[in-house]
Design a protein around this ligand. Structure first.
Ligand code: MN
Length: 259
């Protein structure tokens, strides 16, 4: 088997339960409009922090994440304090940086003890060999997007942005984020198909038997001859997540009453 180069590899015993979720894009609407979905996410975080030791956040939890050395965007205070539930309960959290998590520095590592991943990771879980990524940039045809990503993530852009007053930076960020959304949220069925094709290729040619992605906001399980592609969906419309224990992989939909 050709092992993908330089990808982090993680081992989790197969008797452990793991949760995967992604794409809440908090901050993309005025607060009063998205307060209820943030509360739903918080209720989910509280629930799973009592049920598991392992969580994968597959990116784009925030609609725009820019990390200053000292200041934090007020809008995110509530969710950040709730994410501490994972830290306080010693949950092993792997955060795969999404395309809206523009510039992540050390906050999540240093204060939350999350493992941050800027590239896909390989998970060895019992008999399953799992390829995990946020999902952006996997479609090689998406050159326009890959170009924008390179500009946004460049050292110079980060430096320029860091020198702005945070209030101004966030105002600009809000517009950037809207632009980025054109590339990432209006997923046509052909783009969803591309990620499906990508997964099929991973399963058929690299001997992974599971591919787990977010990014498309389209929760789905697609079976191939030797494995499955599962997309975690979103926390905007679907409130979907992936739960696995042993060899039972499930795509689920959260409703607060499940608590
Ligand atoms: Mn995304």
């Amino acid at each position: 088997m050709d092992k993908p180069k330089n990808l982090a590899e993680i081992w989790i015993p197969e008797d452990k339960k793991i949760f995967f979720f992604s794409d809440a894009h908090l901050g993309n609407q005025p607060y009063h409009l998205e307060k209820s979905r943030e509360e739903k996410l918080i209720s989910f975080i509280q629930k799973i922090s009592k049920e598991t030791e392992y969580v994968f956040i597959l990116g784009d939890l925030f609609d725009f994440w820019f990390e200053y050395n000292k200041s934090i965007y007020k809008r995110y205070i509530r969710i950040l304090s709730e994410l501490m539930a994972f830290t306080d309960n010693n949950i092993n959290v792997n955060y795969l940086v999404g395309n809206h998590d523009f510039w992540m520095k050390d906050l999540f590592k240093k204060f939350f003890h999350f493992n941050l991943h800027f590239n896909p990771v390989i998970l060895n879980y019992g008999k399953d060999k799992v390829f995990i990524a946020h999902g952006d940039g996997l479609n090689p045809k998406d050159r326009g997007y890959l170009f924008v990503k390179r500009i946004f993530r460049s050292d110079l852009t980060v430096k320029l942005f860091s020198s702005l007053h945070p209030d101004l930076a966030w105002a600009i960020a809000h517009n950037f984020s809207k632009t980025s959304r054109k590339y990432t949220e209006q997923y046509s069925s052909s783009e969803i198909e591309e990620l499906k094709k990508f997964s099929k290729n991973k399963i058929e040619n690299e001997h992974f038997n599971k591919v787990i992605l977010g990014h498309t906001h389209n929760p789905e399980i697609t079976s191939f001859k030797n494995g499955e592609y599962i997309n975690s969906g979103d926390w905007i419309n679907h409130f979907s997540y992936i739960e696995v224990c042993g060899n039972k992989w499930e795509l689920k939909y959260y409703s607060k009453t499940e608590k």
